[in-house]
Design a protein around this ligand. Sequence first.
Ligand SMILES: *Cc1c(COP(=O)(O)O)cnc(C)c1O
Length: 361
Amino acid sequence: MLEFEIVKNANPMAEADRALAFQNLGFGTLFSDHMAVIHWSADKGWHSAQVTARAPFALDPASSVLHYAQEIFEGMKAYRATDGKVVLFRPDQNAKRFNASARRLAMPELPEEDFLAAIEKLVAVDRKWVPEGNGGSLYLRPFMFANESFLGVRPSKEYIFCVIASPVGPYFKGGAKPVKIWVSEDYTRAAVGGTGAAKCGGNYAASLVAQAEAGKNGCDQVLFLDAAERKWIEELGGMNIFFVFNDGSMVTPPLGTILPGITRNSVLTLAKDNNIAVEERPYAFEELQADVASGRLIEAFACGTAAVVAGIGELKHRNGSLTIGTGETGAVTTLLRNKLVGIQTQELADSHGWLHTIPVS
Ligand SMILES: *Cc1c(COP(=O)(O)O)cnc(C)c1O
């Protein structure tokens, strides 16, 4: 287990400035006073673990990440309850997935206990940066990038692991308003054998042109179909997707080329708790269109750490648009969202042991 050196920021943000900034939180624009950093090199392994003042990195222009995009990340949140207790939601799952991504990108794995310690120590030092209630939380962004000065194409011999923290409000500006989704028929996100199941920056780089197309068409997010047949629904640029039918059952695309979301996995468990049958199976866009026409499909929602659970009101595509159910956030979506948010905010019992308390240091 690594020892962390804690070096406090000599110029933290003034209380009054933070209080003012907290009155209007966006997503990922404001950052806390500190960051956690751990270095890896082929000869020393993981070393020099620190929580220190948040500051820029100095990178050599030949740093491998700038050329070959060997980079992975995670996204998780710390929530504060009314009694002041600060918790993380299933951080062990982020640690495991981070290492699965590392293996796929030929990067060194970080022992789960060190991943968790980096997050715990950062949140403990920046505890006052965790907003209270009103859908606010401290978004944590662990990431790792290759940092060897070398232009040859092979896995880097040096890496930097870092965690930064950003207090956030709700992800979609419209609040609980249902989101509009653009179905991309030109671009795909992931192919079998590719990096679809890894949380790597490159997947996002490749999705941005499709996301821009969604924006041009008045949509909030893009929905990708499979790369081989352009037939099967996969997921959004950064969220998984569920469909709810008029018999009370749900469908979600199976794991494989999609990102195995921790929210997706939690929704599957909460559905089971609430006697909602869920099939993890391929669901074709054509089948969806038929289910909208027949009235069988009554709700759809996107899920992920940033937005938690967001109702989908409309799907737009090249040849038209489809209203899902009433076009409003549906009852099953609302139920699952409330259950999940209730656990995260400690208003409902944590019967699955998903919460991890940050000790007061
Ligand atoms: C992170 C991510 C998700 C959601 O995962 P969570 O663990 O639920 O936050 C879904 N899809 C993609 C592409 C992602 O990067």
